[in-house]
Write a protein that binds this ligand. Structure first.
Ligand code: 8YV
Length: 323
């Protein structure tokens, strides 16, 4: 068989790029800017494998073609709501992702956001850098205690469980979990977690709510104004999942009118553009999609893609096939 032609749509860690070049006839998008749907369509006609990221929206415009050359989309990331699995499937393409290897780092970042929101770290840093700090005083930037509080986790998969582990064993937090399917008793027992039957049941009990469910049409606006109203006035919302899971306008109103205490977001609808309604909320921490952004996780994600490609081109079922 000829060496498979592979397109990597963004620049990846050097060690992974080197390995891809050893194994495949690999091209890298040297501009490191997102491909347009037209570029993507062309790629699907010229490469055996395309290795997309979250910045590639793979829907109707990119897929308007009759006979793609591409047989596998090996996604660099665990979330794949940017890929229209139905349409891709109609073209007979296999899709894989990179679970497990980023769970710890994403949970680390979710915990960072939780702590930043509770302890008003963003506000403090903004004040200091703007030269507005007038010195210590007993009532200055007083936040909320984290230890011992109740954390609600929406989506008790790999990342949700890592978050629970940090919060429970590190901060003595009580864990309440919502998950579409039943969570095994031994999994709940690891963090003394209890599973509730609905998000509506979870929200009013929690001091903090952290989202770890998939994005996509199914979970669009899972947290809307009605659900935000179920949260307590002193509660915080954390999102390291996908932007579309929250109705951002409703969230901006909840933050502005302080019907919740604060929020912290790593992901946004329409990234990299930020909804202007969010920009003015002082009680909001925002990070630019850094969940898996460690050297270790990003390399491991790349090598996981390599494993999936090798399986596929050697005629085995890729371990991380999602469709
Ligand atoms: C990635 C992520 O950085 O894996 C995911 O789903 O959101 C991030 O960890 C990004 O998706 C890379 O494609």
């Amino acid at each position: 068989m000829a060496t498979p032609k592979v397109l990597v749509t963004r620049r990846w860690p050097a060690a992974v790029e080197a390995r891809l070049s050893e194994l495949f006839d690999a091209d890298f998008n040297s501009s490191d800017t997102p491909l347009t749907p037209e570029d993507f369509r062309e790629a699907l006609q010229n490469y055996d494998a395309v290795l997309p990221t979250v910045t590639d929206r793979i829907g109707a415009p990119a897929l308007e073609l009759t006979r793609p050359q591409t047989r596998i989309l090996a996604n660099y990331g665990v979330g794949y709501s940017h890929i229209d699995l139905d349409r891709v499937g109609r073209h007979g393409m296999v899709v894989t992702n990179t679970p497990d290897v980023l769970s710890e780092c994403t949970a680390d970042l979710a915990m960072t956001l939780l702590l930043m929101a509770a302890r008003r770290a963003g506000e403090g840093e903004r004040e200091l850098r703007a030269g507005r700090w007038t010195g210590w005083r007993p009532t200055h930037l007083v936040g909320t205690k984290v230890s011992g509080k109740t954390l609600g986790i929406v989506g008790y998969g790999r990342i949700g469980q890592e978050m629970a582990r940090r919060a429970h064993h590190g901060f003595g937090m009580k864990i309440v979990a919502y998950n579409r399917s039943k969570i095994a008793p031994e999994v709940l027992a690891r963090c003394d977690a209890i599973q509730v039957d609905s998000i509506d049941e979870l929200l009013p009990q929690c001091d903090f709510v952290s989202l770890h469910c998939p994005g996509g049409a199914e979970n669009r606006h899972l947290i809307d104004s009605t659900r935000l109203n179920l949260m307590r006035r002193d509660a915080f919302l954390i999102n390291t999942a996908r932007g579309e899971v929250i109705d951002e306008l409703a969230l901006s109103q909840a933050l502005w009118f302080e019907t919740i205490a604060g929020a912290a977001l790593d992901v946004f609808n329409g990234e990299p553009n930020i909804n202007p309604a969010l920009q003015d909320c002082e009680n909001l921490v925002m990070l630019p999609h850094l969940g898996s952004a460690t050297r270790e996780a990003r390399e491991a994600m790349g090598f996981r893609v390599v494993d999936n490609l090798r399986d596929f081109f050697d005629g085995r079922e890729p371990r991380d096939r999602v469709n």
